[in-house]
Write a protein that binds this ligand. Structure first.
Ligand SMILES: O=C(O)CNC(=O)[C@H](CS)NC(=O)CCC(=O)C(=O)O
Length: 270
């Protein structure tokens, strides 16, 4: 594993596929110009909108999103996570909330279908019933062992509240975990950063957390603060509240140092 720059992209996706892909491309370009070699896009980067609209356009969104990620990877010669996009599941009327990690040759390295669905009545009055349109994935995410970039793990948004998923990734030797999100503004202000830091600290790994921000559609407000956190829990970069990128260096020496200073993964009893 080498030292390299990673980027967590922050955007305001809206109910317009082409607009979102254009915004994503601009931000990927910005990240690459600053030297990023590993880049993550947020949950639902290519479409944030009414659930019914998302389903109606599901096939087009899935096909264009996947093609977009592969083209970006090859054009910019980066490894990139398509934070998530809907992929229709035949004969169900539902989609998988899907993330793919793609290498600079346009080769798919990991495909993960979100396991934990956000069926929550948020105390601000908004109700989310992700399972009404999304089929829950049934498998734990896998790790991609990159000799250059380290062992890369993937998860999506609400998964961050389920530490057992990250412990599974840690068991597989995870060095860098992606947590792309579209966190609600209401839960985000109190929980987002704390949860991300907890996952980094307890698993002594880097966290790359791309995010949605601002007003996406109707009353849907997302929290922003895409960030990169080191294995000690220190926030290395925070994109704030506007669209942009959080960029930071991922260092194998820092991983080794923190794992030496705080060997908690070796002290597990259960
Ligand atoms: O809403 C959309 O349009 C697209 N879907 C999402 O953004 C997903 C599923 S509803 N959001 C989350 O998982 C938020 C979790 C969260 O905010 C928390 O855990 O507090």
């Amino acid at each position: 594993m080498k030292s390299y720059l990673a980027a967590a992209i922050q955007m305001t996706s809206v109910p317009n596929l082409e607009k979102n892909l254009a915004q994503a491309e601009e931000l990927i370009d910005l990240a690459v110009r600053q030297g990023a070699e590993l880049v993550g896009l947020p949950e639902n980067f290519s479409f944030m909108g009414d659930e019914k609209e998302k389903l109606a356009q599901g096939d087009v969104i899935a096909q264009k999103s996947e093609q977009f990620i592969k083209i970006m990877a090859q054009r910019f010669q980066i490894t990139i996570l398509g934070g998530s996009f809907p992929v229709p599941v035949p004969d169900t009327g539902k989609v998988y909330n899907t993330s793919i990690l793609v290498d600079p040759n346009g080769q798919e390295l990991i495909r993960y279908q979100k396991v934990h669905l956000f069926d929550v009545n948020v105390p601000d009055g908004n109700t989310y019933q992700e399972s009404s349109t999304v089929m829950a994935g049934k498998e734990l995410p896998s790790i991609y062992p990159s000799s250059d970039l380290g062992n890369i793990g993937v998860s999506i948004c609400y998964d961050v509240r389920f530490p057992e998923l990250y412990r599974h990734l840690a068991d597989k030797g995870c060095d860098v975990v992606f947590i792309p999100a579209a966190f609600t503004a209401f839960t985000g202000k109190d929980h987002w950063q704390v949860l991300l830091q907890a996952r980094a600290i307890e698993n002594t790994c880097y966290v790359i957390a791309p995010a949605q921000t601002g007003t996406n559609y109707a009353r849907r407000q997302t929290h922003g603060h895409a960030m990169i956190i080191d294995p000690w829990g220190t926030i290395l970069a925070d994109a704030g509240e506007k669209p942009g990128v959080a960029i930071a260096e991922i260092k194998p020496t820092r991983l080794e140092q923190v794992r030496r200073q705080m060997p908690s993964l070796q002290h597990r009893v259960f």
